[in-house]
Design a protein around this ligand. Structure first.
Ligand code: 48N
Length: 327
């Protein structure tokens, strides 16, 4: 005898005045109520909170299915991606923005270890709010539609969060880009790609992922295996070396695909920003590195609280990735 199927709580239609038929659940699954509340305006609600206001009815399982159906459909859809971007900081988001605009036909998976994407770009320097970008990076701000104060050789966005939230919202609005946040890349998928000089050379062919809370707790449990995303090109922009940062390049060193990291050098804005943008490239077959992660590879200076190199490194990383699809 199957357990009785829970039914919607009867909605007191007399109270709401907006009668909507609430059907009994059909065995096995909750059904919608047939129709939801008519579209109301905020103005119409404003004067009615105490009287007519009520939400349309829902069953908890509908919320669960609305979330899980989409999430697992996305996982299925992006299991084979065209491009994976690791790290949704200013560089990774800029690359995603350029790719989303230029190639709506490509499937792009954006993997971010934190719950909140944006990396170090929510604040300027020393937790101050304004964000400085040196010209010509102001071209990116104009393309994005972010206002700034023009100070001659550089521009200032009044709050870094204005830049990052605008960029993030534009990236998330592209139908061909899926952000998997709170998700960590914890290894790389590789394929043999021997060369005349290195018979053990590999090419990167995707990423290995786990929910970040799982990745942080591998030592507290028996084996918790990861998930995978195949892609012909990976753009890694995981930032400075640190608990999560510079992940991909450290992994390339540990799998002997890079000899060693140059390590980020002292702060020199003028040298640092040119070096990061000009150096953004495919460091091993299948993996393009940009942003501060690249500084760790090349031993470039750090630039401190200027973000122009991050966005233009992202622009260049996108261009490098598209070469793979133009070959
Ligand atoms: O903002 P970051 O750290 O990195 P970038 O390169 O986009 O921007 C760097 C910039 O914010 C600076 O550091 C400025 C310019 N200062 C320079 C200086 O000299 O001090 O973003 C990296 C993102 C973060 O959101 C991380 O959570 C994420 O990458 N991340 C990962 N995501 C998924 N899997 C991983 N293994 C991983 N590691 C880091």
């Amino acid at each position: 005898m199957s357990p009785p199927v829970a039914t919607f709580d009867e909605v007191d239609t007399s109270r709401t005045g907006n009668a909507f038929a609430v059907k009994k659940d059909l065995p096995g699954h909750a059904v919608g109520n047939g129709h939801t509340k008519a579209h109301q305006t905020l103005e119409a609600m404003a004067s009615n909170w105490e009287n007519d206001f009520s939400f349309a009815p829902i069953r908890e399982s509908q919320v669960s299915r609305a979330m899980t159906r989409r999430y697992f459909q996305d996982l299925d859809n992006y299991a084979e991606s065209d491009i994976v971007i690791v790290g949704a900081g200013s560089c990774g988001l800029s690359a995603a923005y350029m790719l989303g605009k230029q190639r709506p036909d490509l499937k792009i998976a954006l993997i971010e270890a934190s719950v909140s994407p944006g990396g170090g770009a929510w604040l300027g320097g020393q937790l101050f709010s304004a964000m400085v970008m040196r010209k010509p990076a102001d071209a990116f701000l104009r393309d994005l539609g972010v206002a700034y104060d023009d100070e001659g050789d550089f521009v200032v966005v009044k709050h870094a969060a204005l830049f990052t939230s605008t960029l993030l919202s534009k990236v998330l609005s592209f139908p061909n880009i899926k952000l998997f946040n709170a998700t960590c890349v914890e290894d790389l998928i590789t394929r043999p790609a021997p060369t005349s000089s290195d018979p053990h050379a590999v090419r990167v062919a995707g990423v290995v992922t786990n929910w970040t809370l799982v990745a942080l707790n591998h030592d507290t449990q028996s084996c918790m295996d990861p998930n995978t995303i195949n892609a012909p090109i990976v753009i890694s922009t995981t930032g400075h070396d640190g608990p999560f940062g510079a992940f991909s390049v450290k992994r390339l060193v540990s799998m002997q695909q890079l000899e060693k990291l140059g390590g980020m050098r002292g702060l020199d804005m003028n040298r640092a920003e040119d070096a990061v943008v000009k150096g953004t490239r495919e460091v091993v077959k299948g993996m393009i590195v940009g942003g501060m992660e690249l500084s760790e590879v090349d031993g470039a200076n750090r630039m401190g609280p200027t973000f122009g190199a991050m966005v233009l490194s992202g622009v260049k990383a996108a261009e490098e990735a598209l070469k793979v699809f133009e070959e």
